[in-house]
Design a protein around this ligand. Structure first.
Ligand code: FES
Ligand code: FE
Length: 341
């Protein structure tokens, strides 16, 4: 069984195209779309870790993620058409069923396609209204976000936020409170009050935690009320981080930041947002969008884009302890994609 699978992969990959795979990211879940982007009959071209994929959904099937390549003559299956629960290649009309197997060759109605005539397929899960894909064998579940089901919170799905930056740089930025006064002036920080007090950092098998990051914010909740606020962060996967922000009067805002690595210098952020206070949907999304757009200019100007894991490549200041712990953790995990040694 294993051997058959290996042969199928080799055939589907065009007989020799080699890809350097980062096992950590390859075996993790990544968001590729909103579920609502894939109504029955939809075909969507996407990219993950430099791989071109096609997402599609038949009339009564779950969402499928395949290599975006017809194994017959290597054209893109994302140019194809969904008919009932099959995908039909645009070139010679070969018909593929939901398992990726070719079941019909129009030029030869009696011809039975060989078992190798199948597309390389990937695992898909839907959660939080998002479509997650794993290119390898998933080693963990999709990261939990308990507030999503908690009736005490209002929840919002924000994104996609595409950015021509390395996904690891985007996560590091998410953890970095020292940029607030200068990048998010008047909202998340004040250049007149830039001091960042010491905070706690721990690393364990769950990831990296930053605890008690305290900052002054002119408008921490998007409702125009200045306050000292405290952040707790957790990096749960190399490209997934969570924050919990404690504000005045017990107001809490939490975000799960899911960053999709399109390629080494391009990513897409998706954010699950939960608050325990009243804010209109449009206001919450507009607030988040303002913050993200302010971040993009810095993120896209990193050079190199890769995140240096050699601690001597960039210099560090005391409040970088969180990002240093993140880099050390990535190094320990053995990450190779999107990093510099
Ligand atoms: Fe797809 Fe021939 S290339 S049917
Ligand atoms: Fe920012």
């Amino acid at each position: 069984m294993k051997k058959q699978r290996a042969e199928a992969i080799s055939f589907a990959n065009g007989g020799g195209r080699q890809t350097q795979k980062d096992p950590v990211l390859w075996n993790d879940w990544h968001v590729l779309a909103r579920s609502s982007d894939l109504l029955p009959g939809t075909v969507l071209k996407v990219r993950l870790l430099d791989q071109d994929l096609v997402l599609w959904r038949g009339q009564d099937t779950q969402i499928l993620a395949w290599d975006d390549r017809c194994p017959h003559r290597s054209v893109r299956l994302s140019r194809g058409t969904v008919v009932e629960n099959t995908l039909i290649c645009s070139y010679h009309g070969l018909v593929y069923d939901q398992t990726g197997r070719c079941i019909k060759v129009p030029a030869h109605p009696e011809y039975v396609p060989p078992p190798q005539a199948c597309v390389l397929t990937y695992q898909v899960r839907e959660q939080y209204g998002l479509v997650f894909v794993c290119l390898g064998q998933p080693e963990q579940t999709i990261v939990p976000f308990p507030e999503w089901e908690d009736p005490n919170y209002r929840t919002f799905l924000c994104g996609p936020y595409p950015c021509r930056t390395n996904g690891l740089r985007a996560i590091e930025n998410f953890l970095d409170a020292a940029h607030f006064p200068f990048t998010h002036t008047g909202i998340l920080g004040d250049p007149e009050k830039p001091t960042l007090e010491n905070y706690e950092v721990t690393t364990d098998e769950q990831g990296v935690r930053l605890h008690n990051v305290r900052v002054w914010q002119p408008d921490p909740a998007g409702i125009g009320q200045a306050d000292y606020v405290t952040y707790d962060y957790q990096v749960l996967r190399p490209l997934t981080a969570y924050l919990r922000k404690h504000m005045l009067d017990g107001q809490i805002l939490t975000i799960l930041d899911l960053v999709t690595p399109v390629k080494e210098d391009e990513c897409i952020s998706w954010m699950l947002f939960a608050v325990n206070y009243e804010i209109a949907d449009e206001d919450a999304r507009a607030f988040q969008e303002t913050i993200i757009l302010q971040d993009v200019a810095n993120l896209e100007s990193h050079h190199p884009q890769q995140l240096p894991l050699d601690m001597l490549t960039e210099f560090h200041i005391p409040c970088d302890r969180g990002s240093l712990a993140y880099r050390q953790w990535l190094k320990k995990l053995g990450l190779t994609y999107g990093v510099l040694f």
